[in-house]
Ligand binder design. Structure first.
Ligand code: ADP
Ligand code: ADP
Ligand code: MG
Length: 660
């Protein structure tokens, strides 16, 4: 194997993973090149690269997925290697081959290994031959309903349907009884065709209480392959990871060794080199494990492994890609302590995890020993609808599970991501859950407990205190501007201190906050709840308040009529000032359907004049890679359609109207 020194790397990706790769490039004396779309021109990673090249466009297809643009940018900048990050072109075999043909090093596995693992059915065939345990199921070419129905009976229920070409958790369906099967097959086929351009399905036994345990593998181009132990990624929503940790709380040394061996076997079966991950589903009831898939790239959660092994996985990727042999042997890998990663997503957990867009007014993280923050955003960043909703990764490592959980909880309660809905408080609630702390959970953990977890993140009092803080910020600001005005008639002061009232709107409820000021003390009444408050200090967005005997700090950011508040005790709260003279709201057009958020129109399933039944698909819209199906809420006839396929629309746009 000929060695080629890598001197300049282009990262064909964006946000936190681009920053992550640049960090290692600079420590290795390698020049870094960023590419960026129009939507990303102000993103922090662009500034961090030595050189950044504008590739225009907004959607992935017209930017980070456009192979010609990426290859041209590499040539223009003199990059001799391309790091694909994760997502986008990272698991695209034709791109890996194209790089090779252009004389550019692709920092990843061979195109052959990528394409062998691209089909879940093919991947499982290969693994079965290599004696890696595979879940019983059907993955044949005969995709007729009759065949699928017959095979389902053999597998038994519950079973899982997956798109053979699937990924990112999309297109996965649980079927609990034969009566549900036909409908599930039809909708899975439609979804698979729409998302992956391939409607082939596979079916397998559903593991009722399963854990997602994956092994990091690493190979070089000299035939060596090792594993870097496991990451447990069982806490998921929508079949997508939310928290990842290592070591797994359930693995015995013997089981770890057995699974590690199976992971290496899987890599060997592929002649695998560079970084890869072998995913397994682990059955809580039997302790058996089964191969799920190989992700042929660096994973989102690779920092967990870096923290416990002390290795720089990006450095290893660059070394292996330049033809060097692996610098570590299996016996050198001795993980220490415990590490966890929490994914910060711009999404609203209380609203079905709907992704959120908008400006981040303030992003800050505390200083904590053992904390690593890999982020793609900063204060002022605008989160667009075009890309993934993951904003940052909060990684904490230390000597053991409970110490690290305590530090993660501390970090989450102090960090601020104000301006748009996000999952910080949900993450905090998960880490505080006793079963989570004990390691007793399965992949259904979030789905089963979401309501209780969310309820634990906010109380009536925490909302009241947030509104008191907002009110006192306003009072302080009026007070300081008043003292700046010389010669105010004394009578003005008296009327100013009359009982006051201000109203806010939070979670579909109105709150009237009444207060009276006497001698430095405010008496607040909200509904039948009473509070006594004092301002200890107040400096624009930061206030130190004493409320009912508890003194603590509040951040209050006002953006138009929106308030974003945060305190360590109460977390963040979002609410609106109710205007004293509200503008009359435009009447809802009856029978109209509107977009819940900024989106792209993926597909329009109906035309004007069509008769539809309740539940029929009207339109598919997409935002941040999550597709939303707009279905008819009642029977009727489509009167008019106001949007076109492919167009980008704002939240609240009327999509179509039904006849009354
Ligand atoms: P990991 O396995 O590394 O934790 P995921 O499986 O959640 O990550 O997703 C892997 C990568 O692929 C992520 O960057 C994610 O943004 C991206 N991804 C997930 N779903 C899709 C999709 N439908 N289309 C394109 N990229 C996706
Ligand atoms: P993707 O390519 O979308 O990541 P995977 O096959 O890796 O698809 O599965 C995603 C998730 O679905 C897993 O992490 C796990 O939570 C769940 N899952 C997959 N297969 C099974 C199964 N047979 N039984 C139970 N859960 C499963
Ligand atoms: Mg997977």
């Amino acid at each position: 194997m000929e060695q080629r020194r890598i001197t300049c790397v282009l990262v064909a990706n964006r946000a936190e993973i681009a920053s992550r790769v640049f960090r290692t490039c600079s420590s290795m004396g390698i020049t870094s090149v960023a590419v960026y779309s129009d939507a990303d021109q102000d993103a922090p990673y662009v500034q961090e690269a030595d050189v950044a090249i504008s590739i225009g466009g907004n959607t992935p297809a017209e930017s980070y997925l456009d192979q010609d643009k990426i290859i041209n940018a590499a040539k223009q900048s003199g990059a001799t290697a391309i790091h694909p990050g994760y997502g986008f072109l990272s698991e695209n075999a034709s791109f890996a081959e194209r790089c090779a043909a252009e004389g550019i090093i692709f920092i990843g596995p061979s195109g052959e290994a990528i394409s062998a693992m691209g089909s879940k059915a093919n991947a499982k065939d290969i693994m079965e031959k290599a004696n890696v345990p595979v879940i019983p199921g059907y993955r044949g070419e005969d995709q007729s309903n009759a065949k699928l129905l017959a095979e389902a009976e053999k597998i038994g229920y519950p079973l899982l349907i997956k798109a053979t070409a699937g990924g990112g958790g999309r297109g996965i369906k649980i079927v609990r009884a034969s009566s549900e099967l036909e409908q599930a097959i039809d909708s899975a086929k439609r979804e698979a065709l729409n998302a992956f351009g391939d409607d082939r399905l596979l079916m397998e036994k559903y593991i009722e209480s399963g854990r997602h345990i994956e092994f990091q593998i690493f190979g070089d181009q000299h035939g060596q392959i090792i594993h870097l132990h496991e990451r447990e990624c069982t806490i998921q929503r929508r079949y997508q990871k939310v928290l990842e940790e290592s070591p797994s709380p359930v693995l015995t040394e013997a089981k770890r060794a057995e699974m590690g061996k199976a992971a290496v076997l899987a890599g060997q079966a592929l002649g695998y080199y560079n970084a890869g991950t072998v995913e397994f589903i682990y059955d809580n009831k039997t302790d058996d494990f089964y191969f799920l898939e190989v992700n042929t790239r660096l994973q989102v959660e690779h920092p967990v492994t870096e923290q416990v092994t002390g290795l720089d996985l990006v450095q290893m990727q660059l070394e292996v890609a330049s033809g060097q042999p692996l610098s570590v042997k299996q016996e050198d890998i001795q993980p220490r302590g415990y590490a966890i990663e929490a994914r910060l997503y711009a999404e609203d957990p209380a609203n079905g995890f709907m992704p959120a867009t908008g400006e981040i007014l303030r992003f800050s993280t505390p200083e904590v020993d053992g904390l690593r923050v890999d982020t793609g955003v900063q204060s002022g960043s605008v989160v667009s609808m075009y890309y993934d909703a993951m904003l940052a990764k909060i990684i904490v490592s230390g000597s053991d599970r409970s110490e690290v959980h305590a530090k993660l909880a501390y970090t989450l309660s102090r960090m601020q991501c104000l301006g748009l809905p996000n999952n910080i408080q949900l993450l905090g609630a998960i880490v505080a859950d006793p079963d989570f702390q004990k390691g007793e959970y399965d992949t259904q953990f979030l789905a089963e407990r979401i309501d209780a977890l969310l309820a634990s993140t906010s109380t009536v009092e925490s909302v009241d205190r947030a509104m008191i803080a907002a009110t006192l910020q306003g009072w302080s600001q009026r007070e300081s501007s008043r003292t700046l005005l010389a010669g105010i008639p004394s009578g003005w002061r008296n009327s100013h201190y009359q009982p006051q009232s201000i109203s806010y709107h939070h979670n579909e409820e109105d709150y009237e906050v009444k207060y009276r000021y006497t001698d430095g003390t405010f008496d607040f009444t909200i509904a039948d709840r009473e509070y006594t408050a004092r301002i200890i200090s107040s400096q624009s967005e930061e206030l130190r308040l004493l409320i009912n005997g508890i003194q603590t700090s509040y951040t209050v950011i006002k953006d138009g009529t929106h308030y974003h508040t945060h305190s360590v005790m109460d977390g963040s709260t979002l609410f609106d000032l109710i205007d004293r003279y509200p503008a009359t709201e435009s009447d809802d057009v009856s029978g109209s359907y509107t977009a819940p958020m900024p989106s792209q129109i993926v597909k329009i399933a109906v035309s004007a004049g069509d008769e539809v039944a309740k539940g029929d698909t009207l339109m598919i819209i997409s935002s941040m890679k999550i597709e939303n199906t707009i279905t008819a809420t009642e029977d009727g006839t489509v009167e008019e359609i106001y949007v076109e396929e492919g167009s980008s629309i704002k939240a609240g746009t009327v999509l179509l109207k039904m006849q009354d």
